[in-house]
Design a protein around this ligand. Sequence first.
Ligand SMILES: [Zn+2]
Length: 312
Amino acid sequence: MEEQVYAVADIGGTKILLMLVSPDRDVILRRILPTPSEATPELVAGVLQEALFHALQDEGRDYRSLAGLGVCIAALVDFEEGVIHESPNLDWHEPVYFRKMLQDYCRCPVLLENDANAAVLGEVKYGAARGHRHAAYITISTGIGAGLYLNGDIYRGSGGFAGEIGHVKRFGKGRRCGCGGYGCLEAWASGLGIARSAISLWGESDPLKGPLNSAAVFSLAAAGNTLAASIIENAVDDIGTALANLVTLLNPSCLVIGGGVARNQPALIGMLQKKIEEIAVPPAVKITRVKVEAARLEPDAGAWGMFAMMCR
Ligand SMILES: [Zn+2]
């Protein structure tokens, strides 16, 4: 009988990553496909099933050689039940029995997990937080989210919704967040939040400045624009405050920072380390010496986390 393989996938708002991996962790195949726009759950499941079918076929295999399928997704996921409760990225707002939809098709064990939870496990097993028993992965991109790894295991909370650090409150004033709340961290400090701050200052369509996304604000700040610099300073201050509170509350030994905004701004890591050392409760930084690290497995951290979950 041919060797079994694991399939792992990360479903994002714009892209789906699919990999076939051997039990020895060799990547047999890695593909990126676009997430269909205005995608229903049935459509996304169908795209993934078809991509998996072709991937196996291209490797001269079929479903019988699949040892397991692990899927992570940017959504509020009940891991135990395999249900997606909410995915703002995909505009899904009703419970979806997504794991069952996949399972009916491929007849191997299927795991479904939140992408940040999967990413923290990936970074702990194979990446920047290797060897840590208490760690967190924080993604700073369009939104802000976290995966927690405590006492040597993923911490999901009672409903599977732990780690929603983008929606901790009391940041800024008078800005509604995508979650429906006001004063959320990510409404101000995510890539989208930074862009919103710039747009409220300069308007959306300044032909001299081009599209005011977070990268443009970082460039303006680096070029000496003091208003842009203050937007960035406030965002870093807000993220640093939220992370320092996380350190005070949970006493992790490692925080791994990932996501598009962090990836494009490597200086952010040092700024966050400094802020945390300034304001977290002293023993959590002076005795534990918590380390802030850049993610090492991006953009595949979630997929590797799903692999680790299936192989243990
Ligand atoms: Zn929110």
